[in-house]
Design a protein around this ligand. Structure first.
Ligand code: PBG
Ligand code: ZN
Length: 332
């Protein structure tokens, strides 16, 4: 049979499907390759527990006692995941957030035991107060208002405690002004000039954090976080926040939530020559989990598509609750 273009008297139409015929050719021309080395696993550590407790809002995740947290860290390490992000959880909440910076606080205990059990892992410690304050806010509340500068002092103190415990990177997620500079200063003065800062720079007041807040017990007791986190409809403020945090000394900047901000990830990648992480947050994980439980999605392909979109947009690594699964799925 004569070619279709000849019959129609036109140029041969472009046959784009030639690149799609077999799994081999699709893999060869694949534009974003996912590997375990792009993943960071979030881990929750509770100071009240003796054994691990499953988290209803984050299926597949647990509250770990510090004494057992090495198990999951070693599992991540053996799957080729380079880093973990530690969240401390406590029932002991007070106005000063004292368990956040106590030398035996849950984050510090977890960091120390992971450092010992899995020394090659990069340990990121989430540096915030919301799981430790009696108000559930990310800073110190005075007379019903969040006191920015008083909060920054406690946050910097928390960062130093995390560095003392062995964290490689502290990761401020509070969104107070000037926290990054204050943390850099405090770390340097305490002798931790080698400890890095991954700032939650473009962090939005999103509806995607629900499952996390019930896991961390960090929902605000009154009001919301819109006076400190960025309005999700104002993503240029994310660019301003990235620029400011880099100026103050952030080593790595993050976009959170990532899935609804792919265009911002892309823009940051074009504008700033710095390492960029993407947080595939709890609500994004929950959407995939819930839909796959109902048979509406295939969990594996949905999760890989979502994580892949973050990498393709320009993220160097993705913090994701799917990290353990995805590491298995992507290492062929
Ligand atoms: C706390 C913090 C939150 C997350 C990370 N650190 C919640 C919040 O800001 O309310 C969200 C993570 C997720 O949803 O997976 N500062
Ligand atoms: Zn917080």
């Amino acid at each position: 049979m004569e070619p279709i273009g000849d019959r129609l008297g036109m140029m041969q139409p472009k046959r784009l499907r030639r690149l799609r015929h077999s799994s081999g050719i699709r893999r060869l021309v694949s534009e974003s390759r996912l590997e375990p080395s792009r993943l960071v696993l979030p881990i929750f550590v509770s100071e009240e527990l003796k054994t691990k407790q499953p988290l209803a809002s984050l299926p597949g995740h647990y509250h770990w006692p510090a004494a057992e947290v090495a198990q999951i860290a070693k599992q991540a390490e053996s799957l080729g995941i380079p880093g973990v992000l530690i969240f401390g959880v406590t029932g002991t909440k007070d106005p000063a957030a004292s368990r956040a910076f106590a030398s035996d606080g849950p984050t510090q205990q977890a960091v120390a035991s992971i450092k010992q059990a899995a020394p090659s892992l990069v340990i990121f410690a989430d540096t915030c107060l919301c799981a430790f304050t009696d108000t559930g806010h990310c800073g110190v509340v005075q007379d019903g208002r969040l006191d920015n500068d008083a909060s920054v002092e406690v946050i910097a103190r928390t960062a130093v405690a995390q560095a003392e415990a062995g964290a490689d990177f502290v990761s401020p997620s509070d969104m107070m002004d000037s926290r990054v500079g204050a943390i850099r200063n405090a770390l340097d003065h305490a002798g931790f000039s080698e400890t890095g800062i991954m700032s939650y720079a473009a962090k939005f007041a999103s509806s995607m954090y629900g499952p996390f807040r019930s896991a961390a017990g960090s929902a605000p007791a009154f009001g919301d976080r819109r006076s400190y986190q960025i309005d999700p409809h104002s993503y240029r403020q994310g660019l301003a926040s990235v620029e400011r945090d880099l100026h103050e000394g952030a080593d790595i900047v993050m976009v959170k939530p990532a899935l609804v901000n792919l265009s911002l990830i892309h823009q940051i990648r074009q504008r700033f020559d710095v390492p960029l992480s993407a947080y595939n947050v709890s609500g994004e994980y929950g959407m995939v989990k819930a839909a796959s439980e109902r048979g509406w999605m295939d969990e594996r392909s949905a999760a890989l598509e979502i994580i892949g979109s973050m990498v393709a947009s320009g993220a160097d690594f993705v913090i994701t609750y799917h990290a353990l699964d995805a590491a298995g799925w992507t290492s062929v």
